[in-house]
Design a protein around this ligand. Sequence first.
Ligand code: F6R
Length: 612
Amino acid sequence: MCGIVGYIGRRDAIPVVLEGLRSLEYRGYDSAGLAVIYRNKLQVTKTAGRVQDLRDRVGDRARATIGIGHTRWATHGEPTDANAHPHTDSTGRIAIVHNGIIENAEQLRDALTQRGVALASDTDTEALAHMIAAEATDDTSLEDAVRRVLRHVEGTYGLVVLDTRNPAELVVARNGSPIVLGIGASEMFVASDVAALVRYTKQVVYLDDGEVAAVHASDYRVVSLDDSGRRASGGDKVPTTVEAEADDYELGPYEDFMRKEIHEQPEALRRALRGRLDDRFSTARLGGINLDARQLRSIRQVKFLGCGSAYYAGQMGAVLVEELARIPSDAEPASEFRYRNPVVDPDTLYVAVSQSGETLDTLMAVQELRRKGGQVIGAVNVVGSAIGRECGTGVFLHAGPEIAVASTKALTNMAASFAMLALLLGRVRDLSAASGQRMVTGLRALPGQMEAILADEEHIAEIARRFAAAEHMFFIGRVRGWPVAREGAQKLKEISYVHAEAYQAAELKHGPLALINASMPSVVVVPDDDLLSKNVSTIEQIKARGGPVIAVTSAELPPSLADAVIRIPRGEPELDPLLLNVPLQMLAYHIAAKLGRDIDKPRNLAKSVTVE
Ligand code: F6R
């Protein structure tokens, strides 16, 4: 994922931009660059290398008070110096950094070439620099020029533009790719992710799609891309305060963010539960969803929508809602929902699930729901993100910044939030106070139980090393264990590149048992519930065909049933999925570590998928 940083104020812009780019390095990139205005001239430095190479190249440049920077992950054109951002127009007056993909780039580039403009790169972005320069004439402001040009642009963008004619202004715009303004004291920051600005300010303004902002050192003005919204939106976007601290983006004693975030789960979970468990009425309090008891009772179905791990967390939520509230519930990938012209039921509560709050498929599903009058709430980690704002109400996950590509602590907090939602829905229906209190107590015990699992890391790592040579693995679960198995397989695939397949336990015998042999280990998820004997018999079926078994369980299993056993503490059975998931994260992590993978940045993957 590309990264954007911009600064305007009294400080030296170069170190601010370089430091911002450094804190976005975790998102992955192949080249970096920056541009500043010094004595009314643009100074651009780029490298098809690391931010440190850029720092070396910039050297001891003279002080500038306005600048933009970028880390690029190549889409149009190879990762070369020429293709790195910022891009400029031919006269060197306009500089632009851009995230996203311009879909009609070929057309725009051809039109420029026909007008005799010489293009210096293979990128989609460069065309914008030339077009803005042509529009930003003496009687047209940069902001107006950017707005005019963007009307001809199809695709997604988060962008920042500099113009030497006006060295006291940055113009930024957003459509489908995040842009956030950081409000300082007589200084302003711009970034594609708050990670780049939390060390300077906690006051931020998130741009919405279709918005353009003119940013000066002591003010900003947000307008909509089309003229009609111009008067309406004005400069009235109120800043919000970010929860994150600069340290959240540092590794500390850990070798990578995934392991750090796995270990942060007990604390993240405590934050998600804080103030939300109600002993007096044995229920949960989720103020953000804004529905009174009567409205909660009128919900006849709950549907969770998310992508990847967020979808699997939604599946865990659906099981919990059916168990505790006894209303039908299911989960569907938002990426399917948005394309299949769904029937939207007014009595269904739709829950849009997303760590980043920026995943395009989930955002589109929410927009489709709102168009059709569906009742949708968000379960989102990043406050101020597009999905959170589009939903308007919902549950914040409070997991803290999740930096590794593989989702761990956010997924845990999603599942915990859904357990609370299920409890709340259950308690306005037929879930007794005693059962409600059992859940309240069970939820409160989870962080401590998770600490016990994390303390067993070396045992899990040893099992991981034993099985790291496997080329394929099955993950088997049923009912409560099924979404856990799916999520376990997903984690292994994405960070270790080992082929993993999740299967419902009872479906094995309808075909996939044929694949079982000594070189196909199965990870079997075994909650201590009334399906225990069924799961034991699944393990026996696999063993009978010579398949090695790793059992992850809260139950006491017959001795030597499995080849390796990972025991988790016994809690309330409905909440077992939250605990069973943690050893699977560690198993995937240690297999990937043994195989020498780049764990935080697996190949071909980005932290949030904001483009089609
Ligand atoms: C897997 C993973 C992805 C995300 C998915 C949705 O570890 O991280 O599958 O869960 O891309 O992302 P969010 O939750 O940001 O919408």
